[in-house]
Design a protein. Structure first.
Length: 268
């Protein structure tokens, strides 16, 4: 049984469209994030003529990139639960002559017929799903026999912060992970794929190191909540950020998370 999700600091990012767009755009400035996207694309094995589903498409940037790889005969459909994200994706893709469309939908109940796509891709959404196995099942269902499913997600339990305040850093990581509907999903994806009946399952773990600016986007609201709850103080939080900024300037920041990218083939 999945733990009950409680609203937390990360909801200030994912529940506000303008914040989430900034968050997604900020990820593109991180080299390790772009490396993960390259891993996903490689495992997806895109080629001209394939139909691809991108679940949790966000701003549509990845869907457009894949559309260029499967053009001119292929097609990409981007799905997102948020109407605001679909509107943003359509706006950004409007000037691109690419075989891509965007529709609103639920990853745990996709509105597509069985065996509709040659490839299915989902990046960084399963950590927000209350029932990740249902999401995997839907991806498998809409994939054609012999097709590939690729899912990539972080694991909140692998967050590492190079702070000398070990107690604060540990509480912060645990709190952030508890904020998420499926905080430990990254390490479980390989198992979910096998249990879903996929073949040739392979997992590629990647370490993503983040900047202080990006960490502030993710950590700041949770730290403020911890101060309000009496779990830390404003002074301790200020010292926490000052040390990380010193580390970034000196070159020893080394703070981030592990991302797990898993691929499997639907039996023919």
């Amino acid at each position: 049984m999945q733990p009950a999700h409680r609203p937390g600091a990360f909801d200030t990012i994912v529940s506000r469209p303008e914040n989430y767009v900034r968050f997604l755009d900020a990820r593109t400035a991180i080299d390790d994030e772009n490396h993960v996207k390259q891993v996903i694309a490689s495992l997806l094995e895109p080629q001209d003529g394939l139909t691809v589903l991108d679940v949790g498409t966000g701003t549509g940037a990845d869907a457009c990139q894949i559309a260029a790889m499967v053009a001119p005969r292929g097609k990409v459909v981007g799905v997102d639960l948020s109407a605001d994200m679909i509107a943003e994706a359509r706006k950004r893709a409007a000037t691109a002559d690419l075989p891509v469309e965007f529709v609103q939908g639920d990853a745990q109940a996709l509105d597509f017929a069985d065996a509709s796509f040659d490839r299915c891709r989902a990046e960084r959404i399963f950590i927000h799903l209350p029932d990740p196995m249902a999401g995997i099942g839907e991806l498998v269902r809409v994939t054609r026999p012999g097709g590939l499913v690729v899912v990539s997600d972080i694991d909140g339990g692998t967050i590492f912060v190079n702070s000398s305040d070990q107690e604060l850093a540990t509480r912060l990581v645990l709190s952030l992970t508890d904020d998420l509907a499926s905080g430990w999903v990254g390490r479980r994806l390989h198992r979910y794929f096998v249990e879903a009946g996929l073949e040739d399952v392979r997992c590629v773990p990647s370490v993503i190191q983040n900047s202080v600016v990006f960490m502030r986007m993710v950590f700041a609201a949770r730290l403020a909540q911890m101060v309000d709850a009496g779990e830390t103080t404003d002074e301790e939080v200020a010292q926490f950020w000052a040390e990380l900024e010193d580390g970034e300037r000196a070159g020893w920041l080394c703070s981030g998370i592990v991302c797990f990218t898993v691929v499997g083939r639907k039996p023919a």
